[in-house]
Design a protein around this ligand. Structure first.
Ligand code: FAQ
Length: 346
């Protein structure tokens, strides 16, 4: 019942000489850094690849609210509760920008949500792990938002205009999220021995799943080569993963925490950290739907969707009433107030 590979029809990356004239003109546009906009001609496979990636990204933001929302009622202080609440709300906003960006490619919001709820569409593997202690909220901000930023900053320069533009604001907010997580851990490591142990335990559990967020190794990534040619991706999964390790290892040192990888070591020749083998069997298991929380996450989204029916129905009824009144000339639109409630956006 869970996510399957999405066939976007790309089997081999073709060089400029092998492309049809329209495709070649498109590729040249991409190569010169010209943004592709919704009404521009684009290869069907480019459109499908973007729908696949942007919708998965949107679902990740929405499902990604769940592990942290679990701690809103248990945050240790009112201030922490307010910060966490607004972080979780930000993730909802990111999901909405991304669904809007995907809609510009001709897929409906309803279809994307149906694909998520039926288990057909993927979302990031990371959100299928549980948040067991308050330190996990720190670890999510530090590692998960940290990984998300490294992956998403390049997307601000990707070829598809609506996706790239959505990513600018998202990255600014993710940067705040990353700092709030790091700050939670800074406090915990300076606390009691139990608090420091809790921070270490969170790092132990989130480190490897955070590395998996970047996707399969390049040699096993079916989409990277074509997505790079189209500048949907600017870097490969392994390049970004390495960047994350290089950036995060000194932060762990600063916190006085130990990354749970005996092979992690600075390599002066490469100017990067070497690190141990990722358990790819675990990654594939999680993306097939067998992670610790996959079923729980999907159930939570299905429940929220079902319980939100009355909101969508009420909004539709209001919209219809307003349109009928306007058509009958009873009520005029108020200047400055959008005429259309945009119920599809709910
Ligand atoms: N989880 O050939 P590739 C966040 C799938 S947002 C699940 O390498 P691609 C914010 C992949 O979809 C986190 N599936 O694919 C936040 C493909 O399957 P398909 C999400 C994964 O697309 C923080 C297959 O494996 N970020 O954290 C994963 O070129 C805190 C083959 O892989 C984005 O979505 C995975 N980790 O590269 C929210 C960023 N990795 O479609 C709340 C945008 C791979 O053929 C709290 N996306 N797969 O069935 C991307 O950059 C890319 O899509 C990658 C994957 C890098 C994720």
């Amino acid at each position: 019942m869970y996510a399957q590979m999405v066939d976007t029809g790309v089997s081999k990356v073709r060089s400029l000489d092998e492309l049809e004239p329209t495709e070649r003109a498109f590729q040249e546009k991409v190569d010169t850094g010209t943004r592709i906009e919704p009404k521009d001609w684009m290869p069907e496979k480019y459109r499908k690849t973007l729908i696949r990636q942007i919708s998965q990204h949107a679902h990740s933001e929405i499902v990604g609210q769940l592990p942290e929302a679990n701690w809103i009622t248990r945050a240790p202080t009112l201030k922490r509760k307010m910060i966490l609440l607004s972080k979780v709300q930000d993730e909802a906003g990111h999901g909405l920008y991304l669904y809007c960006a995907a809609e510009t490619l001709g897929i409906s919001r309803e279809q994307m949500i149906a694909d998520l709820l039926s288990g057909k569409a993927k979302y990031s593997s990371i959100f299928n792990y549980p948040t067991l202690t308050w330190a996990d909220i720190g670890a999510i901000g530090w590692l998960v938002d940290g990984a998300a930023i490294i992956n998403q900053i390049p997307i601000c320069r990707s070829s598809y205009g609506p996706y790239a533009r959505a990513m600018v604001r998202i990255c600014k907010e993710e940067s705040f999220h990353q700092r709030q997580g790091f700050e939670i851990l800074c406090r915990l490591v300076k606390g009691t021995p139990q608090q420091k142990a809790m921070a270490q335990d969170a790092l132990n559990r989130w480190w490897w799943p955070a590395l998996m967020m970047f996707g399969p190794p390049d040699a096993e990534s079916p989409h990277t080569a074509q997505s790079k040619q189209w500048r949907i991706k600017l870097f490969t999964n392994d390049e970004l993963r390495q960047r994350f390790v290089d950036q995060t290892a000194p932060q762990a040192d600063y916190l006085g925490l130990k990354i749970p990888d005996p092979e992690l070591e600075w390599n002066p020749d490469r100017g990067s950290y070497d690190f141990g083998q990722i358990d790819w069997a675990e990654f594939y298991d999680v993306i097939k739907g067998n992670g610790p929380c996959n079923r729980e996450r999907l159930q939570a989204r299905i429940k929220a969707h079902e319980e939100g029916v009355w909101v969508r129905d009420a909004a539709l009824a209001y919209d219809e009433k307003k349109r009928n009144a306007e058509n009958a000339g009873i009520r005029k639109s108020v200047p400055g107030v959008p005429g259309d409630l945009g119920v599809n956006q709910l």
